[in-house]
Design a protein around this ligand. Structure first.
Ligand SMILES: [Zn+2]
Length: 390
């Protein structure tokens, strides 16, 4: 066994001179289980001796050590190892950082548990390093009573030092406004209060952090929150109404432009028991002409239209909603108007029928308002009474 160990050891230690020194069994077993001393010593320690290693090995080790330690020790270099912009939540950033630190700890032969707690502190230190270039930092120091804690983090002295609260609440950590890490911190707090508003998020945040211009940053973040947008979205707002069409403001004889609609049904004692009122209203003067129809068929409406036109003249334009009766009548009227005999008769005033745009009931403002007035008058004067058709 001694010969075997002796053969291996020089290869590890890099020096053949040890071949003769390992003959002691005690030392030999110690080295066999724990490895040579230089493996466990801190590589950053200048005192560490590499005397019994060949110079090329030392050089190689130094180069490797510089690379690793450069990454590990300098807290400000954390963003160079991990691109924080790639992560959408704070928890994931910290988890990845812990994995990286654990890996580094293994390289350094440190215990992983001490490193686990460091992830957040390292990120906070990294974020706070931007204060060095901040012009207002001197003002903040006075205003917020900043002091550096044992981790090297800037904390606010606050005014609730005598309160029975936790240390982190009494002395919140200062965070700059425009940093991505700060945004993730806000987002996490916002989710912890179940997407509540600005005030609640801010209160939750202030139990641990103090963010410069916090309110406006939180507001901005919440404005961009997709969940909040989804649940608090307002329905589509109707666009501003355009100016009134010409036919509603132009001075013309009454009923030149006429709006048509039905009111009802009104219940009667005889007949089918139901009648409707056809309401014709002038678009300009708003005078109304009422006529009774016994049903909503096109034929019935055309008879009513005849009665109306014989009293008030043929209008230039009819405006109505998209009721089936009106559409059928419009078709019939178009047919009549295009008839050679009729063309001569109504040549000068060819009646046109306008329909309200589909799914835009507010367009029918002309007649709907009059319908309301008529209905109110009828209800008040008739009450529950049932009249005969006559
Ligand atoms: Zn939200």
């Amino acid at each position: 066994a001694i010969i075997e160990v002796a053969a291996v050891q020089p290869a590890i230690r890099g020096s053949a001179s040890d071949l003769y020194t390992v003959l002691h069994l005690d030392r030999c077993t110690k080295d066999w289980f724990k490895g040579p001393d230089w493996l466990t010593t801190d590589l950053n320690d200048e005192k560490a001796s590499f005397e019994d290693m060949p110079s090329e090995c030392i050089q190689e080790l130094r180069a490797c050590e510089k690379k690793i330690l450069g990454m590990i020790v300098a807290a400000s270099g954390l963003s160079q190892i991990i691109n924080i912009q790639k992560y959408s939540c704070l928890g994931r950033v910290l988890r990845v950082t812990r994995h990286v630190l654990t890996f580094i700890a293994r390289l350094k032969r440190m215990t992983a548990s001490t490193v686990m707690l460091q992830a957040e502190v390292l990120w906070l230190r990294e974020v706070q390093s931007s204060f060095q270039t901040e012009r207002k930092f001197a003002d903040w120091k006075v205003q917020l009573g900043l002091f550096s804690d044992q981790n090297g983090l800037w904390r606010c002295r606050g005014r609730i030092q005598n309160a029975n609260a936790r240390y982190k609440t009494k002395h919140p950590i200062l965070l700059p406004a425009g940093n991505y890490f700060t945004l993730l911190v806000i987002q996490e707090a916002h989710e912890r209060v179940f997407h509540s508003g600005v005030k609640q998020t801010l209160t939750e945040l202030r139990s641990k952090y103090w963010i410069v211009q916090g309110r406006s940053v939180v507001k901005k973040m919440i404005y961009r929150c997709v969940t909040c947008h989804r649940f608090e979205a307002r329905p589509y707002k109707a666009p501003d109404s355009p100016p009134l069409p010409r036919f509603r403001v132009e001075e013309t004889p009454p009923f030149t432009y006429t709006g048509v609609d039905f009111v009802g049904p009104i219940y009667t004692k005889d007949g089918t028991g139901k009648v409707w009122v056809t309401l014709y209203t002038c678009c300009v003067t708003r005078c109304i002409h009422l006529d009774l129809v016994v049903n909503l068929f096109a034929s019935s409406f055309i008879r009513s239209l005849k009665r109306f036109t014989s009293r008030r003249g043929i209008p230039h334009k009819f405006i109505s909603d998209n009721g089936k009766t009106f559409k059928a009548t419009a078709k019939k009227i178009k047919k009549i108007m295009n008839h050679p005999e009729a063309i001569d008769y109504v040549n000068e005033s060819k009646t046109e029928w306008l329909f309200n745009i589909e799914r835009a009931p507010w367009w029918g403002g002309v007649f709907e308002r009059m319908v309301k007035s008529v209905k109110r008058c009828l209800r008040k004067s008739m009450g529950q009474a049932r009249l005969t058709l006559d």
